[in-house]
Design a protein around this ligand. Structure first.
Ligand code: NAP
Length: 259
């Protein structure tokens, strides 16, 4: 039985992960972690499964095999330094994590010989989308590349981690170093750059389009998430995959899916 603790258990994504974990015969939801001030700490979300405030993260993790973080960049910055020394494997869904946090988390994973899966998007379709971004960028030489993402109006970070990763992939393949986030004013003639644009509107779960535009044609590749369940299901696949590992490494969802 894989014992799971979910950080952000009352959130849009975290609550769905909790629900799916509860439905699995090989997993047990042993605790949830929430903010210290949100008013949910102390509540029981299912029999024997309590919500702990983040100040008591270590206590919440006493029975855990895998910790899932689905919080916010600032909460994850505090939580993810505490988990590796406890020897507990991690699945990190939180997006917008600063580079220095990822570096210190990676060092913690290595030092404590745990394993982690970190991905700004756990859906199978988006992981295929990223792979196709690289394939298209390699063959459509000298095409203009623009990325447009749309999310619900409550999303805290912009651009989405998914769009940022797509930009990073095409930058590595094409050698284009300039990534521009939105444009305004007189932008004039430009050198080669990758444009990234964030739309925040309504209840959109998540949409990403990458455009490769030449002079007489363009290719557009779009992924649309219909439900948050696609991310939560991916998290469950990652929990199973990482639970028995001990290799001191951070893995991508592409590795989990064998892409
Ligand atoms: N990788 C993916 O596939 C994927 C997919 C979707 C979303 N995400 C990311 O997942 C994260 C959560 O998104 P969401 O839409 O679910 O956010 P949300 O609805 O705002 O939920 C945030 C959750 O974090 C909790 N929280 C706040 N501070 C905390 C702390 N210090 N320690 C532990 N928990 C804390 C909140 O608890 P309270 O109730 O106490 O406030 C709440 O449960 C975001 O970074 C989002 O971009 C990733």
């Amino acid at each position: 039985m894989i014992k799971v603790v979910v950080g952000g258990a009352t959130g849009r994504l975290g609550s769905m992960i909790c629900e799916l974990v509860r439905q699995q015969s090989d997993m047990q939801l042993v605790a949830g972690v929430v903010s210290d001030s949100g008013g949910h700490a102390g509540k029981e979300i299912s029999q024997g499964c309590r919500l702990f405030p983040s100040a008591e993260l270590e206590k919440a993790l006493e029975r855990a095999d895998v910790y899932v973080d689905a919080t916010s960049p600032s909460a994850a910055a505090k939580n993810l330094v505490k988990v590796p020394p406890l020897g507990i494997n991690c699945v990190v869904a939180t997006t917008g994590l600063p580079e220095d946090l990822l570096k210190s988390f990676e060092a913690g994973v290595q030092e404590n010989n745990i394993s982690a899966v970190v991905s700004p998007n756990f859906s199978v379709g988006v992981n295929v989308f990223w792979k196709m971004c690289g394939v298209l960028a390699a063959v459509l030489e000298n095409y203009d590349i623009e990325i447009i993402e749309t999310h619900h109006d409550k999303k805290k970070d912009a651009p989405s981690g998914t769009a940022a990763k797509a930009a990073q992939i095409v930058s590595e393949v094409t050698g284009i170093e300039s990534i521009v986030y939105g444009r305004q004013g007189v932008v004039g003639a430009r050198g080669r750059e990758i444009g990234v644009h964030a739309v925040r509107a309504g209840d959109v779960v998540g949409e990403h389009t990458i455009i490769f535009a030449g002079n007489r044609e363009r290719v557009e590749l779009t992924h649309r998430a219909h439900s948050r369940e696609t991310f939560a299901e991916g998290c469950l696949t990652a929990i199973r995959w990482v639970s028995a590992r001990r290799d001191g490494k951070i893995h991508s969802m592409a590795e989990v899916l064998g892409l």
